[in-house]
Design a protein around this ligand. Structure first.
Ligand SMILES: [Zn+2]
Length: 303
């Protein structure tokens, strides 16, 4: 039975948002199709794209980054070219590369491999190619441009779509403007880079912003800037929570057990501990550098 594509929204002559279930709530997401007069391109094929029948046929697929949910529809799309920013390329080319990007402890890798291959159809695409910051794709009437926005992963990018006779649309990937806030819990993530990206975002002018999860489409620059500010607040909230935990002194293991990222009862069993550890470690490193806390190599405490 053919399964037509789900809800869509047209943003000008060349851009169509293909909404995933529940505004693209994880594990689903919102994909963006760009069709110009001389070429077509799909950004971040989701679970919903994977389930669509007949399969989408495009000239090229671009990913905002190499995470499993953004490639979930990749194996079902007919396309001759797949690209991601070069810093995420190894993760897209093989499952082993993706595991290195996550940085999970070795005893979790078999289960995580099953998770991404079975649930997200992640195959590893050895022929995928990498692009650089500022790369452009001219589709005729629409030009897509990569804007490096690292932190979530090293290669995370915004993809800006400028239309000759229509609005400018920016695809924001996992700068998803959710109440969860920025995710920087992988080995390939960086809190410092994410903060630089968050400072840069208000300078990105567009008529519409499309997030992969949660918000869907934001239709106004001022609203986008306000949503970025609210999204960013999670970082300070986590840091304040961490400082609050450092009286009395605690070890990293104790801090990970309590956590600063996931609300109680929501920590994913497969990778949640690892995400807490990587996130907490980055905050601790910064607080140590700022002389806000001290450590004897085992425990951490407030100064
Ligand atoms: Zn992601």
């Amino acid at each position: 039975m053919p399964r037509p594509l789900p809800d869509t929204r047209q943003l000008g002559p060349c851009v169509t948002v293909l909404f995933g279930k529940d505004q693209g709530k994880y594990p689903d997401g919102n994909s963006v199709l760009v069709r110009g007069s001389s070429g077509s391109l799909l950004i971040d094929p989701s679970q919903t794209v994977h389930a669509a029948s007949p399969a989408l046929h495009v000239d090229q697929v671009l990913l905002t980054h190499a995470h499993e949910d953004h490639a979930a529809g990749l194996s079902a799309v007919q396309s001759s070219a797949i690209s991601v920013h070069q810093r995420d390329l190894a993760a897209l080319q093989s499952v082993a590369g993706l595991m290195a990007l996550y940085g999970l402890p070795s005893d979790r890798i078999p289960a995580m491999t099953d998770f991404v291959t079975e649930r997200f159809h992640y195959l590893g695409w050895p022929n995928a190619t990498g692009f650089e910051d500022g790369a452009t794709w001219d589709l005729g009437g629409a030009v897509v441009r990569a804007i490096a926005a690292p932190g979530h992963t090293g290669g995370h990018c915004l993809l800006s779509i400028e239309q000759a006779n229509g609005p400018t649309v920016v695809v924001t990937g996992d700068i998803d403007l959710s109440s969860f806030g920025p995710y920087y819990g992988d080995a390939g993530s960086s809190l410092e880079e994410f903060e630089a990206t968050l400072r840069m975002l208000p300078t990105v002018a567009a008529d519409h912003y499309v997030t992969f999860h949660h918000k869907g489409v934001v239709d106004d620059h001022d609203e986008f800037v306000a949503a970025v500010a609210a999204f960013s607040e999670a970082i300070a909230r986590r840091e304040a929570a961490l400082l609050g935990l450092l009286e009395p002194p605690r070890t990293l293991e104790q801090l990970v057990e309590i956590g600063i990222v996931y609300r109680p009862g929501t920590r994913p069993p497969l990778f949640g501990d690892s995400v807490e550890k990587r996130s907490i470690q980055q905050h601790l490193d910064r607080l140590l550098a700022d002389d806000a806390i001290a450590s004897d190599g085992r425990e951490y405490w407030r100064l």
